[in-house]
Write a protein of this length. Structure first.
Length: 368
């Protein structure tokens, strides 16, 4: 198997939800160099339905996957024979889309005689801050998106411990459902954030579920229901701004409170530097990011957020996870993970999932 002194060139493919993405990455002595990075979004296809429709997503992936891979390879200026391996998201996610990316990756790997690496989508997010080559292990990860909301302790490659997660809706889903309730369109997060800027965050008394409970689990379903109930009253433009601001403040309070508790119990290891990584589409929200920055500062921790392009679903993180796994020999055999099947559910911390299962049944499907 490859040693870490080798340079590995990996093609990564991501199709777990509503982005079709491909990227080429080189890993040399543990340092990542992104050679190409192509992301094709499906926003226009899903916008009329105010959410991601799995069948439409799978069809779009089938139409776009080959073109996206070709674009990434062209941008990198290499041929398939120049690759050392092919990595693709193999779960968790919308199974139709995951299958498209996996089959594309396996076909390229077999045709080129290269190993295939099956990547857990959550591991891609967990490793995404390492694309910047400035985030050594260990670190605390807060993953906040439309399909996920969880705290993970990232100790090393393949060494993850789930510390807490939502017990119902993901935070991004709560943003999208709030936007849908208020008729703001899809995707809802940016629309809610825009209106919240001009509103009074104390105008509506909205709940902060589980906030006074021990542990790091979170809940957003009750908050989402409270917003829907408040929206039944007469909504002027000013009231709508106030409701968006109040909702965003409630979410921010929940995330900030739980993050402070998570940092308090986090052991930073040898260098003593606590690192807090926030990833996922919700990490783009400026109010939430500012609150997390304040929490990190108060705890003497460093906040690290990948660029927005690599916070949301992307293939660069999948290529990195594949390269690190291949370099460490964490694949099934000489052909890699060709026998691995697609998994709609695939928790990063299998032990925690068995002893304390979390079921996320949101609009993007159960992803962990």
């Amino acid at each position: 198997m490859h040693g870490m002194s080798d340079t590995l060139t990996i093609l990564g493919i991501e199709t777990s939800c509503d982005e079709t993405a491909a990227a080429v990455l080189r890993l040399t002595d543990g340092r990542a160099e992104l050679v190409s990075d192509v992301i094709r979004t499906q926003l226009d296809e899903h916008a009329p339905y105010l959410g991601v429709v799995p069948e439409i997503a799978a069809r779009a992936h089938a139409e776009l996957a080959d073109l996206t891979v070709k674009a990434a390879m062209h941008e990198a200026g290499i041929g398939y024979e120049d690759l050392d391996g092919v990595a693709a998201t193999s779960g968790p996610g919308l199974i139709g889309g995951v299958l498209v990316g996996m089959m594309t990756g396996k076909a390229i790997a077999q045709a080129a005689g290269k190993p295939f690496v099956a990547v857990n989508h959550l591991e891609g997010h967990a490793l995404s801050p390492r694309l910047g080559n400035d985030c050594p292990f260990p670190y605390l990860l807060l993953l906040v998106s439309g399909g996920h909301c969880q705290f993970l302790e990232v100790r090393g490659l393949g060494d993850y411990r789930r510390l807490g997660s939502t017990i119902d809706d993901a935070v991004g889903e709560a943003f999208d459902k709030t936007a849908k309730t208020l008729g703001l369109g899809f995707p809802g997060g940016p629309a809610v954030e825009r209106l919240a800027e001009g509103g009074d965050p104390d105008a509506f008394a909205l709940p902060r579920p589980l906030l006074n409970r021990p542990g790091l689990d979170m809940s957003f379903a009750g908050l989402k229901t409270a917003v829907a109930r408040a929206a039944e009253s007469r909504m002027t433009d000013a009231r709508m701004k106030d409701l968006c601001a109040s909702f965003q403040k409630a979410v921010t309070d929940i995330l900030a409170s739980r993050t402070a508790r998570a940092l308090d119990g986090f052991d930073p290891g040898g260098d003593g530097q606590k690192r807090l990584v926030v990833a996922g589409g919700v990490a783009a929200n400026r109010a939430i990011r500012a609150a997390l920055e304040a929490v990190a500062n108060a705890a003497g921790a460093r906040l690290i957020a990948p660029p927005l392009r690599h916070c949301t679903d992307n293939a660069a993180m999948i290529a990195l996870a594949g390269a690190e796994r291949l370099a460490a020999g964490l694949v099934s055999g000489p052909d890699g993970d060709l026998a691995t099947g697609a998994r709609p559910r695939w928790p990063l911390d299998e032990a925690a999932a068995r002893t304390a299962p979390v079921y996320e049944t949101g609009r993007r499907g159960a992803k962990a």
